[in-house]
Ligand binder design. Structure first.
Ligand SMILES: [Zn+2]
Length: 307
């Protein structure tokens, strides 16, 4: 392992113990150097060095602008502090056309996946954190136990049911998914997933189900998707994946059978690939997973015997 996976390593102190202190949070959000990261309909505010061309970088607004742009129920959520600066996130999805708002004119809302790999790594992680947390709030306005409205507490890290007979606390969740490179000797299995419009070959992946270990989830998903049985399962690393709310848990796993039977509802195609073919992917017109993805990291580390 040489470095963190992309979308991790935001380098912020999340200030967990201070979140319940409303006075402290108010002091931080109104401080002159607070940076508020806006989210609009699942997109992040990004500035470009040269109009819409140049290098993308994280953009933010001031607390004053955030207060002016917020709707009746503003959700300014504390992300944490980095080098003395407080970072927050706000959902501006109620705006009809943010491109016409002067306070947002230094950037534009774009999908994080469209620019992710080109961002500064720590900023990319912060934007992913903001996106994931705002997504959770947007999808959980009501209590899942009694159906009443829920209110934000602890600077946005808890929602509490407003029904006095319920008062259930709900915490932001991230759903675990396993992602694994299946290998045998000098070959590995890569697949073209139906959800990917491009003919891109990546590792297999799937959600962890209740009542199974991560190792069991790896073995089950591999067998379901390509009909291969696996032996050893070795943990590699993890990656926050806010598309929309997952943590990817990466593994290398050794195949003990070779015949592929593709699960057609999930995959267009799955094949064994020799190392030589992956090494010369461009020559063969083989498109691999995106460089910032843990899928690519699993492939690259296996290629270089880092398993
Ligand atoms: Zn409730």
């Amino acid at each position: 392992m040489t470095e963190n996976n992309f979308y991790s390593g935001a380098g912020v102190n999340r200030a967990g113990p201070l979140r319940p202190d409303a006075d402290w949070v108010r002091g931080r959000v109104t401080s002159s150097d607070a940076r508020i990261l806006p989210i609009w309909r699942e997109k992040n505010l990004i500035a470009f060095a040269d109009g819409s061309q140049g290098e993308p970088r994280m953009a933010w607004i001031t607390a004053e602008d955030a207060a002016a742009l917020a709707d009746d129920n503003p959700n300014i959520i504390l992300l944490g502090e980095r080098e003395g600066t407080s970072f927050f996130a706000i959902d501006l999805s109620h705006l009809e056309n943010p491109a016409t708002v002067p306070a947002l004119s230094h950037g534009m809302f774009v999908g994080l996946r469209d620019v992710g790999g080109m961002l500064d790594r720590a900023d990319g992680a912060l934007l992913a954190y903001a996106k994931g947390l705002i997504h959770w709030h947007e999808r959980h306005p009501f209590c899942s136990r009694c159906g009443s409205r829920s209110d934000i507490k602890d600077a946005g890290h808890v929602r509490v049911c407003a029904n006095p007979d319920c008062k259930t606390s709900h915490f932001p969740r991230t759903d675990p998914a396993v992602i694994m490179l299946v290998h045998m000797g000098d070959r590995c299995v890569l697949a073209h997933n139906r959800r990917n419009p491009q003919k891109m070959f990546s590792t297999l992946a799937g959600f962890v189900e209740p009542g199974e270990s991560l190792e069991e989830a790896v073995a089950r998903e591999v067998e379901e998707e390509v009909g291969i049985r696996v032996g050893s399962v070795r943990y590699h690393s993890s990656q926050p994946w806010p598309f929309p709310g997952n943590i990817m848990l990466g593994f290398h796993t050794e195949a003990i059978s070779t015949d592929i039977v593709v699960q057609e509802s999930e995959l267009v195609e799955a094949r064994w690939f020799e190392k030589e073919k992956i090494l010369n992917a461009a020559k063969y017109g083989l498109q691999l997973s995106r460089p910032e993805s843990i899928s690519r990291r699993l492939i690259d580390d296996w290629m270089h015997d880092r398993v």
